[in-house]
Design a protein around this ligand. Structure first.
Ligand code: SAM
Length: 284
């Protein structure tokens, strides 16, 4: 019986061309052929790394149609590599149909580790990383986007979404409306590239920065939303360490300022701290 081929999932750089592994280059050189989201784009990349190999198209419009031929080729013993235009295939990129079919057929799939905008953004954004929810792109239609944000409002994990420069102002405006002033948002832009930038603040603050400096609206971007802190919910009041900071600051500062500073230090809600201080400052 012929030995079956292996489907390799091979990440490619998301900007900086040095971000490819030796194993990725070796795999792309040694497989029988490369299935690429955009053959022209991948050929350029291959040229850069000195890789010569057969490339064929496998994108969202032909993935279902091509699946049988790809499966057949693997069954006949050819190993294949799957690449997308940038980053990790299947992460908001084509590949799911093929991998699902391979698993159904008992074919071996091996994923190589590598660049992915979600994990790069998450690693450096400064938001909790112990748990996170990746939501792909937010809907492009305003009503659906706001509904999606409403559904995510009480999420207690860090939320990661991809966003396009054409919609970033609308997305931030909707985040401001739905999530309010207290929720921290991070905009991670042009990751691994020359103008890599992380901006952090409320959605309204980020909106202001982007409106003042239109360069900040350009390029590729990931948005991250801080988790809703369970201990800052209205019913429970601020956390103990935030209360201690607030009381200390109140010895030197007016209430509004002390609450704002404490909110920043502890990632708490300003209004909640303000309210708590009004009710408790004389008792503590
Ligand atoms: N598969 C890719 C990955 O692993 O990240 C994602 C592909 S998805 C079609 C493209 C989106 O990923 C972009 O619109 C942007 O939101 C995000 N992205 C890709 N590269 C990026 C970069 N260098 N900086 C920031 N975001 C990036």
């Amino acid at each position: 019986m012929t030995e079956q081929g292996i489907l390799y999932i091979v990440p490619t750089p998301i900007g900086n061309l040095d971000d490819i592994t030796e194993r990725a280059i070796k795999t792309l050189s040694e497989v029988a052929a490369i299935a690429a989201e955009d053959t022209r784009h991948t050929r350029k990349l291959m040229q850069h790394y000195g890789i010569q190999n057969e490339v064929f198209a496998l994108h969202e419009h032909n993935e279902i149609h091509r699946a049988d031929a790809v499966i057949e080729r693997l069954q006949q013993g050819d190993s294949l590599a799957l690449v997308s235009d940038a980053g990790t295939p299947l992460i908001n990129d084509p590949g799911y149909v093929i991998v699902h079919r391979c698993r159904e057929q008992g074919l071996k799939v091996i994923a190589l580790p590598g660049a992915c905008a979600v994990t790069v953004a998450l690693s450096a954004a400064g938001l909790p990383t112990d748990r996170f929810a990746f939501e792909g792109f937010l809907p492009s239609k305003p009503q659906q986007r706001r509904a999606k944000l409403e559904a995510l409002k009480t999420e207690q994990r860090t939320i990661v979404v991809y966003e396009s420069p054409h919609r970033i102002l609308h997305a931030l405006a909707d985040m401001d409306t739905v999530l309010g002033n207290e929720r921290q948002v991070v905009l991670a832009r042009e990751l691994t590239k020359q103008f890599e930038t992380y901006l952090r603040g409320s959605a309204a603050e980020l909106l202001q920065i982007l409106t003042d400096d239109t360069n900040q609206q350009r390029g590729e971007m990931v948005l991250l939303i801080a988790p809703l802190q369970p201990d800052t919910e209205a019913s429970e009041g601020p956390g103990e360490s935030a209360k201690r900071t607030l009381l200390l600051l109140l010895e030197e500062l007016p209430l509004k300022k002390a609450a704002a500073m404490t909110a920043k230090i502890h990632d708490e809600r300003k209004n909640l701290l303000y309210q708590w201080a009004l009710e408790n400052r004389d008792n503590e």
